[in-house]
Each structure stands twice: as structure tokens, then as C-alpha cells.
Design a protein around this ligand. Sequence first.
Ligand code: 3HC
Length: 284
Amino acid sequence: MELACVGVVGSGIMGSGIAETAVESGHEVILLSRTTESAQAIAKAIKTSLDRRVQRHKISPVQADDALRKLTVTNEISDLRGCDLVIETVVEDLAVKLRLMKDLDIVCKPTTILASNTSTFPVVELAAATARPDKVCGIHFFNPAPVMRLVEIVRTLVVSEETIEQAKRFVLSCHKEPVEVKDQAGFIVNALLFPYLNNAIKLLEQKVATKEDIDFAMKGGCGFPMGPFAVLDLVGLDTALSILNSLYEEFGEPNYSPAPLLKRMVAAKMYGRKNKIGFYSYSS
Ligand code: 3HC
């Protein structure tokens, strides 16, 4: 298999979802987390998710075992040296991502493709932090990664054709559908989704309706699977704020200026599903 060994960096929702997707489609995955505890926790979460799919008769117990055997978790970056592709999914903080890209560039073999799952940062800046800018692209999965079919492939000004083609083939091998996008904040989906999510918060601030009724209206009126507040809690309010800040910085348009309530909720550490409190509360 091309790009047989895939490194995933970061043990948040996206890292775990991408790792699960890749092992289930037959790739060897080495998942790098900051601590042994978080690495073990993510391995457990992936096992639970695969078990759920077995219970739902979506995959066989043998397939789940095969997938788990393909997963290695580590907290040593040097373990990624032999990977054919590394996808970083760490916190949306440019300084953190730049440092990581530099480290990956030093550690990984010269042919490794380095990809970022960033939603908004210029991928070309990450590429420029390495000595292999032609081998750096964006591979942007959506949440929940095991379920959402689309993956945006981000083409920078300096990436090679071969890297883009390999990234697309990797996405197809994960049974997802790639769409190529220019290296511009928000790409396609977030550039359109986030003004909508932001304006939903602004409607709530204006007391136009309750959050439950706004969610209900967008599901019933537009056929969306989830309303905006449920999506915001799924994405994470801290991530949503960071995305809006980047979009506002890039385009300066009022639609991207984060709603004050979102800023206050993030300041209050209300992050959504990930810590069980956002626009809604979650017991498990
Ligand atoms: N992880 C893994 N699988 C999950 C899951 C999760 N977190 N949540 C649901 N699923 C799976 C279920 O197991 C089920 O799979 P199956 O059909 O193989 O059994 C399937 O998804 C459908 O789940 P349910 O029937 O329980 O629930 P729904 O029909 O309500 O679907 C949903 C759940 C797929 C999350 C659907 O509500 C949906 O599509 N919501 C929209 C999500 C969305 O907008 N995502 C984009 C966010 S923006 C983003 O990611 C960009 C980033 O940069 C911020």
C-alpha cells in the first residue's frame, strides 16, 4: 500500500478520528501524544469506537482486531522517523504547529509527506518552516472523522504535484472523497460554515429565539443533521473561536468577527463536548 505507514500527531478529537479511519482502512498508524497517559487514553478511545462499530454490525470482530493491531501509540517523536505520511492535528496555535513542523522535518525520512489538519492557518507558513516545502500540504478532515466523507486537500504555492496526488490517493484509500482547495483561511467548508455558526450565536445574543429553537429551526427548515449550537459544541468552542479569529484576520469581514458570547464562553472554559459543557451540558 502506498503511504503504508501514517503518523498522526495529537490526541484530540481529530487525531483520534483520523487514526481510527486510517487503521480501519489498512494503514499502519503511529500516533504521537504528549504523554504516555494521553497516548493510552486515545488507544482506549479508538478501541471503544471500534467496539461500537462491531456491536452495530458495521465491522466484524476480526476487522476491529486487525485495525487495533495496526495502531501504535507513543510519546517519542523519533518513532515517526519511518512514516510515509505524518498528519499533525495539534492545537490551533501557529507557534505550536511551526515548532512541530520543524521537529518533524528533522526527525522524518526525506521522503515523508508532512501534512497539517489545520482549519485556517496558511499551510505555506508551515511548509516554509521545513526544508521540504514541496512535500507539505493540508489534509483537512471533518468531525467526526470516521463518519464525514469529505477531506479538503490544500494546495500551497510551493507544493509538488506528486505530493498533492499522493495526498489524494491516501484520502481515497481511507474511503473518503478529496476536494482540492487553495491555501486560503477557511478553505471551502469553514469559510462558509463559520459565518453561519457565528451569526447563530449573535441571534442568541439578540434573544431572537432560544438555542434549542434555533437548532430545531435549522434542522427542520434546512434539513441540516445538527443545529448550529450542537455543531459548535461538537467542533469545540475554543477551536471555533480560533477559526473565527483567523478568518477575521485574513479577510477583515464583520461576519467573521467572533460573537462576544463565544469569547466569554471560551474564557469561562466552556469548550463544548470535549469538557462536557458548552451551549449544552453532556453527561458522558
Ligand atoms: N465518532 C465516530 N462515529 C460516529 C460519531 C463519532 N463521534 N458520531 C456518530 N458516529 C457514527 C455512528 O456510529 C453512525 O455510524 P454507522 O451508521 O456506521 O452506525 C453514524 O455516525 C450516524 O450516527 P447516528 O445515527 O448515531 O447519529 P446521526 O445520524 O445523528 O449522525 C453525525 C451523527 C454523523 C455526527 C451527524 O449528526 C452529522 O453529520 N452532523 C454534522 C457534523 C458536522 O457538521 N461536522 C462538521 C463540523 S466542522 C469541521 O469538522 C471542520 C473543523 O475544521 C472545525
